[in-house]
Design a protein around this ligand. Structure first.
Ligand SMILES: Cc1cc2nc3c(=O)[nH]c(=O)nc-3n(C[C@H](O)[C@H](O)[C@H](O)COP(=O)(O)O)c2cc1C
Length: 366
């Protein structure tokens, strides 16, 4: 199972949606870091469903129990282990899924891969719930990167269905803007978009359906020269982490897929001196060239598919009878995963940046 990740910051995630709990072990985090537990709790609650009616009705308080590696809020250098208890489970909602797997979910592939031994309740280890421990680590990394390297990582909902927010200015330097977005219930740049998004999600939910979206994330303050070409390149590291998040089906940097319709004379980011530092006038490459940071903001977009579990009737295969039949999915599901995703995307990017900064700075290395 591929539940371990990282070169210098090594994380190992565990748990199932309806088991005792979920959690993560973090190896390699520098000793002596006074972490802001309030900030970590805030990030976890940004990801949690909340009471808005726009997310699953499942109550997820996501209070992390620290098992090791933190003493009086400071990291000890030992592996940090945390666990989050699963409190509000209704496992009987999932009984039929072994024979009639949900389209778009992991019920069929998980059973084939693990010979039927996988825990199917609530999606088991494939559940979006596993992004809670990921958000914990990401918040810790965000906290460290801000304090030690003045790096701010923030995001907004760029798109839900056919509702679009304004995109980030690819050359943005405004750390305050990124910090403010993290305080919003629906983080968007144009306030009117928030209402349109709410309306769209409410409509989709009342249609017993779900909808996709795009989260745009920016890293401001990353210095030039971080990363490597080929397999440890910054794009491939960030993409590998983002694609590890359940329901992510696309990742692009800078102008991304729009580069296909762009001429080199427009897409090249020309160098200039700004306040004595080398910068680029534009940032169509999203802050990365040759797999290495340019010193411009890293701008990345992640596409979240519509939630696979929908309330509508779907015709699909019964694996026991070999016949197609109607499936009505029970359980409490998110009508729009992307709404809960900004904190998860920021966390994913922060974990990668932390791994790269540990490589560059060799904290605690002997
Ligand atoms: C924050 C979050 C919440 C999610 N909530 C649900 C949900 O309520 N119902 C559901 O079917 N899938 C949900 N998912 C998505 C599934 O976990 C995911 O689609 C499934 O594991 C299949 O993986 P794949 O979509 O990456 O192929 C959620 C994902 C995330 C990141």
């Amino acid at each position: 199972m591929g539940s371990t990740w990282g070169n210098h910051l090594k994380i190992s995630i565990f748990g199932e949606s309806h088991g005792e709990g979920i959690g993560i072990v973090i190896d390699g985090f520098p000793a002596g870091f006074e972490c802001d537990m309030e900030l970590i709790r805030r990030e976890l609650s940004r990801r949690a469903p909340g009471q808005s009616g726009l997310a699953t009705g499942r109550r997820e308080e996501d209070e992390p129990v620290i098992l090791s590696g933190l003493l009086n809020s400071a990291t000890t250098g030992a592996p940090i282990a945390i666990m989050i208890k699963n409190l509000d489970t209704r496992s009987k909602d999932y009984e039929q899924l072994r024979s009639i797997p949900r389209p778009g979910h992991s019920d069929y592939t998980g059973q084939v891969r693990y010979r039927g031994y996988n825990d199917i309740r609530g999606g088991g280890h494939f559940s979006g719930r596993l992004t809670a421990p990921l958000t914990f680590v990401g918040a810790l990394c965000k906290n460290f990167l801000k304090k030690h390297h003045n790096i701010e990582i923030g995001s907004h909902i760029y798109r839900i269905g056919e509702v679009f927010d304004s995109p980030f200015d690819l050359t943005l330097t405004d750390r305050e803007l990124l910090a403010q977005l993290q305080m919003k219930e629906i983080p968007v740049l144009d306030e009117k978009t928030a209402e349109e998004i709410k309306e769209t999600v409410i409509n989709v939910k009342s249609d017993l359906d779900s909808i996709g979206g795009v989260i745009e994330c920016a890293v401001v303050g990353a210095e030039p020269g971080i990363g490597s070409p080929m397999f440890h390149n910054v794009e491939s590291r960030i993409a590998s982490m983002l694609y590890s998040v359940p329901a992510v089906k696309g990742v692009e940097f800078g102008l991304g897929f729009a580069l296909a319709g762009t001429r080199g004379s427009k897409a090249n980011d020309c160098y200039t001196l700004k306040d004595g530092s080398v910068r680029t006038k534009t940032n169509y490459n999203g802050g990365i060239a040759g797999g290495i940071t340019t010193g411009m903001p890293i701008v990345v977009r992640a596409v979240f598919k519509p939630t696979p579990s929908i309330g509508r009737e779907q015709k699909t295969l019964n694996l026991v009878t070999g016949k197609e039949e109607n499936l009505w999915i029970r359980g409490r599901h998110d009508p729009c995963i992307a709404l809960r995703a900004p904190a998860v995307v920021e966390a994913s990017v922060a974990i990668v940046m932390m791994d790269l900064y540990l490589e560059a700075y060799g904290y605690d290395a002997k």
